[in-house]
Design a protein around this ligand. Structure first.
Ligand code: GDP
Length: 320
């Protein structure tokens, strides 16, 4: 990628897209193509094809997706599979037809089997049953990474798939019904503090473990891969052609209880934590094995504590 290369960041207003846009600009990339949802409907095949023909982007970060937490995934099952398949099919196919030099497809760690051995290696993909709460989303993401792989093998494209762990950061979704756990807990503890509540409710048993990566670390990893890695390097680096995707993670996880305590302390809430066991726990653990990415030369920098402090500050500044 050159500093004047034409780069399309699909989903630049989302959690990762925002961070990718910011990181690209701060590295001096000047030729970004950005379209809001009202300017370009990514689920429309015709509109996406017209956009690619007109703009001819050279590089594509495919960070657009319908995403959400455990309840949203389980409730809007049809929307999660349909919208994600449409967005990624349109962009990946148009990228192939219009000669995009390199595309980065962002997936998720939920593509792996529910009971995968930990930490999860890339080759555990499709070896067992998925977690049911987010199966529609996971199947769409698996289709996306297989589509990239198939276009690379059949048509010589250079489409790379990355599977991030749970991400958090600025511009996250703080809606309590649809958000992921980390922003939800920041909001719940903050509101608990403002309202002087005696307790805050945390879903599930608190025992599941999750790994969290800050979105600006994720953006750095994405740009590093776009700048330095090609599909052929991944064939050489992977044990088999079928698992050439790359995990992007922090490298260690915490229990939801540990996360809740950390956030409670950072926010300064001094009431009690109550675990609502009527809400689902989801997968017990999904810690990614990041040795492939590490061997390709990239490591994260932002600790969970520092990251949560930053996001909390961002959140309260938004409220002012
Ligand atoms: P997941 O990683 O796909 O399961 O998605 P989430 O981030 O939504 O949930 C992770 C874990 O945090 C699950 O065990 C949830 O039950 C738990 N959790 C605890 N409190 C909350 C909350 O307020 N919101 C969400 N979304 N999850 C919570």
């Amino acid at each position: 990628m050159k500093l004047d290369s034409k780069i399309f960041v699909a989903g630049h207003n989302g959690l990762v897209g925002t961070a990718i846009k910011k990181a690209l600009l701060s590295k001096g990339y000047q030729n970004l193509v950005l379209k809001t949802r009202s300017e370009l409907d990514l689920s429309s095949t015709i509109k996406v094809e017209e956009f690619f023909q007109k703009e001819k982007p050279e590089y594509v970060f495919l960070a657009a997706a319908k995403v959400g937490g455990i309840i949203a995934n389980n409730t809007y099952r049809a929307d999660f599979i349909y919208e994600n398949l449409m967005i990624q099919n349109n962009i990946i196919y148009s990228a192939y037809k219009n000669g995009v030099k390199k595309l980065l497809f962002l997936g998720s760690s939920c593509i792996y089997p529910k009971n995968a051995p930990q930490p999860i290696k890339e080759e555990y993909l499709l070896t067992d049953t998925l977690e049911y709460t987010n199966e529609p989303y996971a199947i769409a993401k698996i289709a996306g990474l297989k589509m990239c792989e198939a276009f690379n093998l059949q048509y010589g494209c250079n489409f790379i798939s990355v599977m991030p762990t749970n991400l958090y950061g600025e511009n996250d979704n703080f809606d309590l019904n649809t958000s992921h756990v980390l922003p939800a807990l920041i909001r719940k503890f903050y509101e608990g503090k403002l309202n002087k509540s005696n307790s805050v409710e945390v879903w599930g048993s608190g025992n599941p473990r999750r790994e969290f990566l800050h979105s600006s670390d994720m953006a750095q990893a994405c740009i590093y891969i776009m700048e330095n890695i090609n599909f052929n390097d991944l064939i050489n680096n992977s044990k088999e052609i079928r698992n050439t995707h790359i995990n992007i993670g922090y490298g260690s996880d915490v229990s939801i209880k540990e996360l809740a305590t950390l956030i409670k302390n950072i926010v300064g809430f001094d009431g009690e934590i109550i675990y609502d066991k009527s809400k689902p726990d989801g997968t017990y653990q999904k810690l990614l094995d990041t040795s492939k990415l590490n061997s390709l030369g990239w490591k994260p920098k932002i600790t969970l504590e520092k990251g949560v402090k930053e996001v909390f500050e961002w959140y309260i500044n938004q409220k002012k």
